[in-house]
Design a protein. Structure first.
Length: 133
């Protein structure tokens, strides 16, 4: 229920001894890609899509300019278990939609976001988690 109360594109909620980074009300599907420099990940959320392929998503992640990202003011602490991308409506042990493990090194990550308009029929939101030094 806490995830449903998040307003906007992102929010952080308590989950057990940790937290959940909630990807607002926009998520018909999502995936993640590692940053090329190994300092974090991009959470890729297609808002509109045509023929999306792995190659298109990888290209969007690489082509999004650092200055196009807006700092959300959110940080997340990742423990030794890494992170998991999953639907908020699902629960452990009874996965209906499945989940994807994100092998992030432990540490604190700043969260920034941008909307990437890939003409003609792709609008993609990117949430970048970048490890703070």
């Amino acid at each position: 229920d806490l995830a449903c109360d998040v307003e906007g594109a992102l929010g952080v909620i308590p989950v057990g001894a940790g937290f959940g980074l909630v990807l607002g009300d926009e998520v018909p599907m999502s995936t993640w890609l590692p940053l090329p420099d190994g300092t974090g990940v991009d959470l890729i959320v297609p808002l509109e899509w045509g023929a999306l392929t792995d190659g298109v998503l990888r290209g969007v992640s690489r082509q999004a300019l650092p200055e196009s990202f807006i700092d959300t003011g959110l940080t997340v602490d990742i423990g030794s278990a890494g992170a998991t991308l999953l639907p908020a409506c699902d629960s452990a042990r009874v996965w209906v939609y499945g989940c994807v493990e994100i092998p992030l090194p432990p540490g604190r990550y700043a969260v920034a976001s941008c909307d990437y308009d890939l003409e003609p029929d792709h609008l993609i939101r990117i949430h970048r988690l970048k490890q703070q030094s």
